[in-house]
Design a protein around this ligand. Structure first.
Ligand SMILES: Nc1nc2c(ncn2[C@@H]2O[C@H](COP(=O)(O)OP(=O)(O)OP(=O)(O)O)[C@@H](O)[C@H]2O)c(=O)[nH]1
Length: 306
């Protein structure tokens, strides 16, 4: 290797002086082993962002290779958990002495989970998009987790209008003289009986939570289960007919506007122990070509903004 190579990050003058909030790298390909409560350590293929601030006004630049190599150690020699992330952030700072006093790592990846069907006992894969961000500032580390949960939402307005059409069709078909339980039962099993069906839409809840500082493990499964249990109609993996029928029942018994979904999730996050939260509910309408959206935050001082 050639010695005496110029190292302009240390020696060259900055074109213009000034502090920078974040400098680093984005879209770094980084497989790693992720650790979370109730989950066997799982290898995920993340895209990483790695940053430090540049508070030395006349420094030419940061040392990007040092950030990259610290991430590589995390990827190849360790498993990702709150402690190893904290160590890596500390390495970012200690490898930028006099240059930086803040650091941030963001991982975006899909977490594949085995999910059970509603009734049949079958199991299948479902992937959840996650973003895990850890930041160190004034020696304090914070963690933030964003997850997208996909579910089905059936429109309550459409359901009421469909019920009215069914009632009208019933009145046309039957009167007191012709009413027989057997005939009505048969008729209800036809498309003339259930003359209209409400529309449902694939919907996504984007939820960001700020984790408490003192956590010693991530708990992604608990967050996902909390959201899915509240929504009741998450999209399914393995589906037999009995599961599909149960899904239809759950949709019918959990009619929701985006406001309903947002309020349900807000209530469940309020009941959880998160330091802060932000949520956006997206109903990708099948009636409209546009989407129905609701946003909420915990509303704490200096917290997330809607
Ligand atoms: N700071 C900075 N570096 C960049 C940028 N684009 C590419 N690089 C390259 O990132 C590489 C790594 O920089 P350093 O970490 O300083 O590399 P190094 O000097 O070999 O590593 P050390 O000996 O640890 O300082 C250099 O080759 C830079 O040219 C940029 O926009 N800013």
């Amino acid at each position: 290797m050639q010695t005496n190579m110029p190292d302009i990050a240390d020696t060259a003058p900055a074109l213009q002086t000034g502090k920078l909030d974040w400098v680093g790298m984005a879209e770094i390909e980084l497989p790693f082993i992720f650790e979370s409560r109730d989950l066997a350590p799982v290898t995920v293929n993340a895209k990483a962002r790695a940053f430090v601030n540049l508070h030395k006004e006349d420094a030419k630049g940061i040392h990007m290779s040092r950030l990259y190599l610290a991430l590589d150690v995390l990827s190849t020699e360790q498993q990702v958990n709150p402690q190893t992330l904290a160590n890596t952030l500390n390495t970012f700072i200690s490898s930028h002495e006099n240059l930086s006093d803040k650091a941030q790592i963001e991982f975006k990846f899909e977490l594949p989970l085995r999910r059970k069907s509603l009734l049949s006992g079958k199991v299948g894969w479902k992937s959840y998009p996650l973003t895990l961000t850890s930041t160190i500032e004034h020696n304090i580390i914070s963690y933030e987790l964003t997850v997208d949960v996909t579910y089905s939402s059936t429109c309550p307005c459409s359901a009421a209008l469909a019920r009215q059409l069914i009632q009208n069709a019933f009145n046309e078909k039957f009167n007191q003289d012709t009413l027989s339980q057997k005939d009505v039962h048969e008729w209800l099993g036809t498309t003339q009986g259930i003359v209209a069906t409400p529309h449902s839409q694939r919907s996504i809840a984007n939820v960001k939570v700020k984790l408490n500082r003192d956590i010693n493990e991530f708990d992604v499964i608990n967050l996902i289960n909390t959201l899915e249990n509240e929504l009741k109609t998450p999209v399914q993996a393995a589906v037999k007919r009995e599961d599909e029928q149960e899904f239809a029942r759950l949709n019918g018994q959990n009619l929701m506007f985006c406001e309903d979904a947002a309020r349900k999730i807000k209530a469940s996050l309020e009941a959880s122990n998160y330091a802060d939260y932000w949520l956006q509910i997206n109903h990708y309408e099948s009636l409209h070509a546009h989407d129905a959206v609701a946003i909420a935050v915990k509303g704490i001082e200096n917290g997330y903004k809607a």
